[in-house]
Design a protein around this ligand. Sequence first.
Ligand code: F6P
Length: 324
Amino acid sequence: MLYQLKRIAIVTSGGDAPGMNAAVRAVARVAYSKNMEVYGFERGWDGLITNTFRPLTPRSVGGIIQLGGTILHTSRSPQFKKKQGLKKAAKNLARNKINGLVVIGGNGSFQGAFELSKETETLIVGVPATIDNDVFGTDETIGFDTAVNTAVSEIDKIRDTAISHERIFIVEVMGRTRGFLASTIGLTIGAEIILVPEVKFEKEKIIKRLEENNAKGKKSGIIVAAEGVGDTRKLATEIEEDTGTEVRLSILGYAQRGGSPTARSRLLASLFANEAVELMTKEQGNRIVGLQKGKVTSMELEESCKTEKPLDLNLLKLADVLAT
Ligand code: F6P
C-alpha cells in the first residue's frame, strides 16, 4: 500500500541556479497530478523557521520555466545551522502537516536537509541544483550547463580582444572550492591554461608555458581560473612582471548564477522533479535524485552529504593536449 502523501512543500536554498524555477514548476505540477497539495516555503530555510509559505498551484507556477533565479527566493540561513532553528523548522513542518519536503539546492542545502531529517518525520528528497556541479550522486546538477554556457559566451568575446591586443587574460570563474565549472569552461573555450582548487598551481610552470607559446607565435592566451585557486589579481601582476606581456584580469562573477536556463538545465529540472515526487509516493525519503550514466537515479542523502564528488582530471589533461 502506498504512503498517502497529502501535503508536500518545496524549498529552494543556498546559491541560486538557473533551472530552480523549472524544478519548482515541475514538482508542483507532478504532485498536483497525484492529488497532492503543494506549498512553497520562502527564502530558503528561513521560511521554515519563520513559517512563511504559500500554496503553489499548477497555475501559480505558470510562466516560470524560462526564468532564472527562484520565485521562492533563497538564503544561506545561519539560524538553520543552530539546533534551535532546526527544531523550529521541524515543528513548523509538523504543525502544517507537511509530509513531504523537496529541497532544491546544493551541498550546503543537503547538509541542512540531513540535519533536519534527524528532527522530523517528514520525508525529505533533495533535487541537486547548483552551478558548481559538486554534488556527489549526480553527474550533473541543474544550472551547471547554463552557467557554463554563460561563461563560454563571455570568454569568446574576451578572446577577441585578447588576440587583438596580444594579451594574456586571466578569467576568473565561480567555484569557491571546486573546479567543475573551471575545467568544463576551460576545455570548451580552448583555454591555454586551467587552474582549479583541487590542483595546486606552480607559477613557474604557467610562465614557462606562456613563454613557449610566445616562442611558437601564440602571442595571446586565456587562463581560466576557479575563484578558489587564490589571489588571481596578484597572479596577473606577477605573470605580467615575469613575462613582459600585458596581463588583464576579468572576473565573471555573479552573472554566471543568473539568466534564463538552457534547455539542458530545464530538462534536468523536469526529470529530477518528477523522480523526487515519485520517490515520495513510494515512501522513500532522505534521498537525493540525480543523473548517473544518463539515467535518472537516487541515492541516500547521507551518502551524498558525506562523500566528495571527484573532479575528472582527464578533462584537464585533454585541455592541455588541445591547447597546443
Ligand atoms: O552557487 C555556488 C557559488 O556560486 C560558488 O561557486 C561561489 O563561491 C558562491 O556560490 C558564492 O555565493 P554567495 O556569495 O551567495 O555565498
